[in-house]
Design a binder for this molecule. Structure first.
Ligand SMILES: [Zn+2]
Length: 330
């Protein structure tokens, strides 16, 4: 009896090992199925929960855009994640005077899934930041900020999209220490985000099918960061294995006109080609919620392919010249 049981459990064990050999632990088990995965993103919100005097952007209009895309993707059987590249704080008095409570609460209502911690999250005292963390229904992520020797935030969050496991890693510029009042960050250390990513990305590749970094580090074309700390391009080149970097801090639309050359005269409504370095797509949606970035991917048999990318303007009123010489509002 004992022997029979033993042999049954041994063969189960063998079967388990066999499965483990063909499908790495924690990886997607479904073969030959195409998953539609859309990543929506914003960054550098800076207190703009209301529209401006011309009726541009604002979190109510942003929700309309996000809801519409989500419904569209869902109708096609796809999945959506909404990420922020950080710097929710600081910009307009109606937000600043309320410690950005309307902003964090509205972002929760819009249904953000995660955000990177930006340098401006340290403009106020740490207890305010902790209060904001309570208002946010989504995780504030940063792998490289340490308080008294321990990580101050969760380094990453895991999402399961119909069986596909997505890791979102948070990183913050190590320039933060230079950008805020030193008295407010005593005991807090901003380590190199690239060094943290180099440690964590290989670990996350074992746990997840897709690895995304939500960062607040800046996009410097061709890695020319000058006096600033290294940004997304430098990280993508240094750390292999990141599928997508949802960035912030530079407050640029990251739309490239040639390899390593960003189109700094980007006009709303025009096509936008994101940057790509060492296999990682790099996106950024300008600032203040002017755009919602939309990256439509397909995941199939371990391959994560960008099908379409666009920056959706949120009620931007800028007038542009069209090909036929007329003007139109975008
Ligand atoms: Zn910033």
């Amino acid at each position: 009896m004992h022997i029979a049981l033993k042999s049954v459990s041994l063969s189960l064990l063998a079967a388990g090992l066999l499965t483990a050999c063909t499908t790495p632990p924690g990886k997607n088990n479904y073969l030959d199925k195409t998953y539609k995965i859309t990543i929506l993103h914003t960054n550098d919100h800076h207190g703009r929960f209301w529209p401006n005097a011309d009726g541009e952007y604002g979190l109510a209009a942003q929700k309309t855009v996000v809801d519409k895309v989500r419904a569209e993707v869902k109708a096609e059987g796809g999945y959506t994640l909404l990420l922020s590249g950080g710097d929710v704080n600081t910009g307009v008095p109606e937000s600043d005077l309320q410690d950005a409570e309307p902003d964090f609460r509205a972002m929760s209502r819009i249904g953000y899934d995660a955000m990177a911690v930006g340098n401006h999250e340290f403009d106020k005292l740490v207890p305010v930041l902790m209060k904001q963390r309570g208002w946010a229904s989504f995780p504030m992520l940063s792998a490289n900020i340490y308080q008294d020797g321990r990580r101050m935030f969760d380094p990453y969050a895991m999402f399961n999209l119909g069986g596909v496991k997505v890791a979102v890693l948070g990183l913050t510029t190590d320039d933060t220490a230079k950008m805020v009042n030193p008295a407010q960050i005593q005991g807090i250390e901003f380590k190199s985000p690239i060094a943290e990513a180099a440690k964590l990305v290989p670990e996350l590749r074992q746990k997840a099918d897709i690895v995304i970094a939500a960062t607040h580090m800046g996009h410097y074309p061709d890695g020319q960061h000058g006096v600033n700390a290294p940004g997304d391009v430098e990280m993508a080149r240094a750390v292999k294995g990141i599928d997508l970097i949802v960035g912030g801090h530079g407050q640029n639309p990251v739309c490239m006109k040639a390899e390593n050359v960003r189109d700094d005269a980007y006009v709303p409504g025009q096509p936008c080609a994101p940057d790509r370095q060492n296999g990682a797509w790099i996106v950024q949606a300008h600032e203040w919620g002017k755009y919602v970035g939309r990256a439509d991917f397909e995941f199939n048999n371990g391959k994560f392919k960008l099908v379409k990318y666009q920056l959706i303007p949120v009620n931007l009123k800028k007038t542009v010249a069209t090909a036929d010489g007329k003007t139109e509002k975008v």
